[in-house]
Structure formats: structure tokens, C-alpha cells
Design a protein around this ligand. Structure first.
Ligand code: VG1
Ligand code: CO
Length: 544
């Protein structure tokens, strides 16, 4: 079958952000828009010719259409074989698992993660490389550069394939294999954790949990792993059917968007454990009875307890956290005598460290936790880690975290997001902060003395690549920090993220209410950044 060559013109706006190219569905629906971006991948990654590729997405609106288009482009560009999840579904960590297990040259993930789905909502596409992780900046920049000059793409003009039936078909010379999206991933999880111990926890009948899949991709994964393989009662998984619009909700597992789940953990009849994941299954939220575990604390607790888990019985090599993530894990690393790396926001920066064996666990404050088992953050993996921990330690979530604070100190932490801010105002605010930086060190604001103030830059210790302009970092005496960054995943205006962290080593002062404890730092952030004056916003849209 001879590919058709279609003339096209560049779209100016195809630069991938923190996690791939994210735009409104309507933008992706423009003629040639998706085709251009995918052709740019093939044009810049010649190793995909004759190779295998994994393709799948989180099931949101436009997922099915996009998968069909990508298959036709892949066939026309000489890809030999594509593994695609049934119904076009694959969670982000499952894509990573499949790329690694079957040694494919890469994968294409279709998702806008935690952003809403539907014809008027968001869509996204991300290219992952052969290690299973998001493409490094050098690759995403090359793809972007190609989108700026592209003048044609190649496609097969064929009818849609049936993606709902497992099995092999041909598309021109390319083989398409529709696979069970869950099986390989579930087997990987079973190999990493003590499933018999978790099964016994459920069988005891004294442990009550719910997992909220938020009508996104993790429903089928959680049902298979929690309810079938681990014997949790049917109904443990809530909102387990993936829907194109996520049931109208916001598939973002945090205190603001998973209110219903949080409520189920509260009061005398509250659940012992609850968890949720996001649109594409790479995020996690962990709740205990009357207790919320901040993602930063979760990473620290997992690192401190890793040896209780079969896959880490012999210890962990090192840890990494994104810059805005709290420093809780730093002190665990210090005590364990292992390295701790601080990377820019986005999972792609963990890839080299994981590949080089320098770290075993890593995480982000944005509900992302993961390890060397794949090269993406992994929501269900984190939930299973906690379940394994609860089964072994036989304590509640709250007891485990409070013990941790007593031993290592508590990092109070909060993130304030201002969404859909005028882009120029946001840029002005960051420029203003920038201009303050040189004079800040040594200055005192109320009880706070500034120790350092910089614009975070990172040199990858493995390949020496450098990333600059990764967010404003202001360190205060005593370990508190203020961080300001603009989001790289939004699809409308700018989103300002203000990250605040305050350290408390005294066990008698570790039970404060987070927002109350943080009030002075919130005020300092306002004073320095002039948020109200510059954005017109009196308060953040989302507090996590
Ligand atoms: C956000 C988070 C970041 C995360 C990224 C992708 O980016 O802050 O930590 O890696 O989303 O997550 P930003 O640039 O909007 O702050 V997901 O679940 O898309 O893959
Ligand atoms: Co996600």
C-alpha cells in the first residue's frame, strides 16, 4: 500500500510543555494539527522506522480518533509493529511498562492527565523514548523545531481498525496488535509487592478502603489488581468505568477535586484507607482515617520504609524530588546515607538518574510518586506500596506518618494555584520577582531571614545537559522555602503556582492546621510577588 503525501503548513504553537503537547480538543481537531505533530516525531526519530511502538491513551474524548490517525501515520512512516491497548486505552505507567517489557523503540501517550475531558475540554500527546520515559528536552525541542518547518506528512488512506478486539491485524505492511491493557502492568505490580500480605489484610475483614478511579483510565487496572488479584470486596473501586468526559468531573486526585472520597474517610465511620488517581493513572492521593498524606510526605515515608517492601529489601540506591517538592525526603536520605537529587518539575528529569541506577524512588509534590520499575510516575504503584506498608506495619496511616514526623521532623506544605491568569500579568510578576533576587539574601521579613534566592537551574549529573529558568526559589532560615513557577501544562492563560514549605522539628508543634501554620509565609509570598496587585486575584483558585 502506497502512502499518500499530504501537503501541510506549520502551526506555531506545537512546543511540548512539562508533559507533552496539551491543547483544547478543538485545537487538536483542526485539519493537519495532530498529523503535523506526529509526523514531526517520525521525521526526528529515524530509529522508529522498522521498529515497534506502543500507542494508547486515557480514554478521553478524541482518544479513539487520535489512535486511528496515529496508526495510519505510523504505517506510512515504516513502523513495523504497534502494540495498542484494547479500546485505545493504556494508562501512562502501563505504556512505560510495555515499552520496557517488549523493548519497543518508544511509545505515544494520549492524555491531558488531570485536565478535564470532552469536546470543549483538553487533549494531549506525549512521546516516550526506549527507556519507557518521557522524551528528554533535547528530543522534545527537536520535535518542536520540526513542527515549525513541516510541509508534508505521509499517511495511509485506510478505514478505521477495530480496536475493541484483542488480536493481530495488518495495516499496510505494519502489524497492529491489540492487547489487554491491564495484564502486563498487573503482572509487574505482582512482582514488586507482597501480594499475599495485602491479600491477608483484606481477608481480615477489619480493613476498609476505597479507590476512586474518577471515571478515568485506572478503573480497569484497579478492579483487576485490587478486587480480583488481592481480594478486596467488590465496590472497593469507585467510578471505575472510564468515560470520555470523566463523568463531567476533574480527574485530579487532590483535596479540591476528590471531595467525595475525602468525606468517606472522615468521622467515626471513616474508611481506614482511601486513594485516587488521575486521568492517565500516573498520579496518586493517599488518605487515612481523618488524615491526608501530602505527596511530599508520602515520598519521604516510602523512602524511610522501603526495606519493608520485597522489591527494596536490600535498600534503595538514592532518591530524587522535583525542586518544589518539600525537603522531607532529603532528611530521610541523609539518615540513610544515600544521595538525594533536586530536579526541575516534570518526570522526564528523573529518567537519567533511574537509568544510571543512581536513584530507586522519586516524586513530585503534584501527587506523583514512582520508582525504577517504570519511567513514569505511577498512581496504583504508590497505592500498592502503601497497602504493603499497612499490611506489614499493622498501624494506621496517621500513626505511620506521625511516627515519621517525630523521627525526621515535619515539613508543613501547601501549594496555591492561581489559574487562568492573564499571561502578560503572570510574566510581569515573575520578572518582578527576578529583579528582587540579587538583593534578597540576608534580608529579614518579620521572623524570616532569607538565606538564598535564585532562579532554579539544573545540570543533569548523567549527561551534563542543562535546564534553566525552572522557577524562583527563596530559602529561609530554618529550612522554610517559598517557590514561584508558571505551569507548563495549562491550556488557557497562565497558571501561577506558589509553593510554601515550613519545617518543624519539635514533636510538640507538629499537629497544627496547615493553612494556619502557613499564613505568615502566604503573607510573605504576597508581599514579595504582589500577587493581588498584578493578577487581580484575592485568593488562589485551588489550594492543595
Ligand atoms: C504539573 C505538575 C508537575 C507534573 C506535570 C505533569 O506541571 O506541577 O509536577 O510533572 O503537571 O503531570 P505544571 O507545569 O503544570 O506545574 V501529569 O499527571 O500530566 O502527567
Ligand atoms: Co497524569
Amino acid at each position: 500500500m502506497v502512502p499518500t503525501v499530504i501537503p501541510t503548513q506549520p502551526f506555531g504553537d506545537q512546543r511540548p510543555g512539562t508533559s507533552g503537547l496539551r491543547k483544547k480538543v478543538r485545537v487538536f481537531q483542526q485539519p493537519h494539527y495532530l498529523e503535523n505533530f506526529v509526523q514531526a516525531i517520525f521525521d526526528t526519530q529515524p530509529n522508529l522506522r522498522g521498529a515497534a511502538l506502543v500507542v494508547g491513551g486515557d480514554g478521553r474524548f478524541y482518544n479513539r480518533t487520535a489512535v486511528q490517525i496515529i496508526l495510519r501515520l505510523a504505517a506510512a512512516n515504516g513502523v513495523a509493529r504497534v502494540l495498542v491497548g484494547r479500546g485505545g486505552l493504556l494508562s501512562t505507567p502501563a505504556v512505560s511498562c510495555l515499552i520496557r517489557k517488549y523493548g519497543t523503540a518508544g511509545g505515544i501517550v494520549l492524555s491531558a492527565s488531570h485536565n478535564p475531558g470532552g469536546p470543549d475540554a483538553d487533549f494531549g500527546i506525549k512521546f516516550n523514548v526506549a527507556n519507557g520515559g518521557p522524551a528528554p528536552e533535547s528530543v522534545t525541542e527537536a520535535i518542536f523545531a520540526r513542527t515549525q518547518t513541516i510541509d508534508r506528512y505521509q499517511i495511509l488512506e485506510t478505514p478505521d481498525l477495530n480496536l475493541d478486539q484483542i488480536g493481530r491485524t495488518q495495516l499496510g505492511a505494519m502489524q497492529v496488535e491489540v492487547i489487554d491493557p491491564v495484564a502486563d502492568y498487573a503482572a509487574l505490580m505482582e512482582s514488586r509487592f507482597d501480594f499475599p500480605a495485602i491479600r491477608a489484610l483484606f481477608a481480615s475483614g477489619r480493613f476498609r478502603m476505597r479507590f476512586d478511579a474518577m471515571h478515568a483510565v485506572t478503573g480497569p487496572y484497579a478492579k483487576e489488581i485490587l478486587e480480583r488479584r488481592l481480594g478486596a470486596p467488590e465496590g472497593t473501586v469507585l467510578h471505575g468505568t472510564p468515560l470520555e468526559d470523566f463523568g463531567g468531573g476533574h480527574p485530579d486526585p487532590n483535596l479540591a477535586h476528590a471531595k467525595e472520597l475525602v468525606a468517606r474517610t472522615q468521622g467515626p465511620a471513616g474508611l481506614d484507607f482511601a486513594a485516587a488517581s488521575d486521568g492517565d493513572g500516573d498520579r496518586n492521593m493517599i488518605l487515612g482515617k481523618d488524615f491526608f498524606v501530602t505527596p511530599s510526605d508520602s515520598l519521604a515515608v516510602l523512602a524511610a520504609n522501603a526495606q519493608l517492601i520485597p522489591s527494596y529489601a536490600r535498600g534503595i540506591a538514592g532518591v530524587a524530588r522535583s525542586m518544589p517538592t518539600s525537603q522531607a525526603v532529603d532528611r530521610v536520605a541523609e539518615q540513610l546515607g544515600i544521595p538525594c537529587y533536586e530536579t526541575p518539575t516534570g518526570w522526564k528529569f528523573f529518567g537519567n538518574l533511574l537509568d544510571a541506577g543512581r536513584i530507586s524512588l522519586c516524586g513530585e509534590e503534584s501527587f506523583g510518586t514512582g520508582s525504577d520499575h517504570v519511567r513514569e510516575k505511577d498512581g496504583l504503584w504508590a497505592v500498592l506500596f502503601w497497602l504493603n506498608l499497612l499490611a506489614v506495619r499493622k498501624q494506621s496511616v496517621a500513626q505511620i506518618v506521625r511516627d515519621h514526623w517525630r523521627q525526621f521532623g515535619r515539613n508543613y506544605y501547601t501549594r496555591h494555584d492561581y489559574e487562568g491568569v492573564d499571561a502578560d500579568a503572570a510574566k510581569g510578576l515573575m520578572d518582578h520577582l527576578h529583579s528582587l533576587l540579587p538583593a534578597l539574601p540576608g534580608k529579614t521579613f518579620g521572623a524570616h531571614q532569607v538565606v538564598y534566592a535564585d532562579d532554579f537551574a539544573y545540570t543533569d549529573p548523567v549527561d551534563g545537559s542543562r535546564s534553566t529558568g525552572q522557577g524562583i526559589r527563596i530559602g529561609l532560615q530554618g529550612g522554610s522555602r517559598l517557590i514561584f513557577r508558571l505551569s507548563g501544562t495549562g491550556t488557557q492563560g497562565a497558571t501561577l503556582r506558589v509553593y510554601l514549605e515550613s519545617f518543624e522539628s519539635d514533636p510538640n508543634n507538629q499537629t497544627g492546621e496547615t493553612q494556619a501554620v502557613m499564613a505568615p509565609l502566604v503573607q510573605l509570598a504576597e508581599e514579595l510577588a504582589e500577587i493581588q496587585k498584578r493578577t487581580g486575584r484575592k485568593k488562589p483558585d485551588v489550594i492543595t
